[in-house]
Structure formats: C-alpha cells, structure tokens
Design a protein. Sequence first.
Length: 218
Amino acid sequence: MKISLSEIWGFVDVVGADKINQIDLVLGNHQVSNVTPEVIRNIKEGVDFDTELLPDLFTNSEITWQPNEYASHKDCLAGLNILKHQCEVQMAAFNALKSNPGNFYAQLIQKLEDETKLAVDKITNEETKLSRILGRFRKNIYPSIKFLLEHPANHPQIKFEAILRQDFMAKTLFNEYHVKFSDLVEPYWEVWIGEDPPNIPVEETEKTESKKKEKETA
C-alpha cells in the first residue's frame, strides 16, 4: 500500500503498530527498508533530527539547484565533492548516535551520497555531456531532497528557503537539462499490513539494480 509522506504520521496511529508488518521509504531508484512504526513516530517528533540537514545537503549546496553555468566538467567537481563531504559528515554523526532514528537518517543520506559519487565518477572520466550527467544526478536525488524538505521537524524559514531552491532546481531541470516533469519521482511510503512483503532473492535485486545502471549509462 502506497502512503504519501504527509499521511504516514496519522496512518500509523490509526492502523496500529501491531498490524503493520513492514514500512519502506521509496526514493525513486533507492529505498530505506524496514522502518518501524516507532521510528515513524520519532521522525514526526523530530527525535535525533538535525535542523541543519536540509541547508547542508540542499539549500546551501548550489550544485543541486543552480543553473548550468559550468564551462567544463571539472568546474562542477568542487560542488559535488563538497556535497559528498557533507554527506559523510552527517552520516558519521547519525551513526555515532547508535539509535534507530539515527540509523534511518544515515541510510537516507547514504542514498544521496551514492548518487553524488556516481556523478563525480562520470564527470572525472568525462563519460558523457555535462548537462546529461547533472540532469540525471539532480533527477535521481529529487526524491531524497523532497523527503528532507517535507520533514515535519523543519524550521518554517528553512523550509521556505528550500522551497525556493527546489523551484529553481525544477526549472533548471526542465529548461536546461531536458528533464520532463513526469521524470521527477515523488517519494512515498510502502506499507505492508496483514501480509508479508514479497521475498525477493538478493540475486534478483542485484540483477534489477544492474539493469537500471546499464540503462542510465547508455
């Protein structure tokens, strides 16, 4: 069952934690699996949440939203490497908490860092046009950024500034990177009630991910 970002908070309370078998946060090509109802409540209450997370990983990170003003592949590496470093710092901080909410945020940021590393690798090797690399990068991180933006514990002013950048991000994708509106995937929660989630063999999951990567690099 698909549940929107904003509906999950009340949904867990109404259905009851004992009836929920599994919750996954789906972020386009990535997902954070096995999120417990307890963690959902912790997220809503802002437990272990860092209010500087959205500014550090998006608002102040111009590589994620500014127009394409890079003269060469190397010109945007600095921004990507700064974002990669911010991801590493935040993941280390959340892992050090040794808490379930901390583990959730660390996994979430790991997905963002994975896409940043992929973009750095492609730019370093100049595999394709810069606009194509950055377009794919921003499209793939959109679900993670949207989740952070919609986090219930955000300060109103921080959220307002992030929304302005998100609008910039979308306009740049549409006007300069030839990304269609339908290409932007909204994040959502996948909830399993009264039945076990599908047991997909690890090898099948790896095959699917491999095919996705082959398709993206084509």
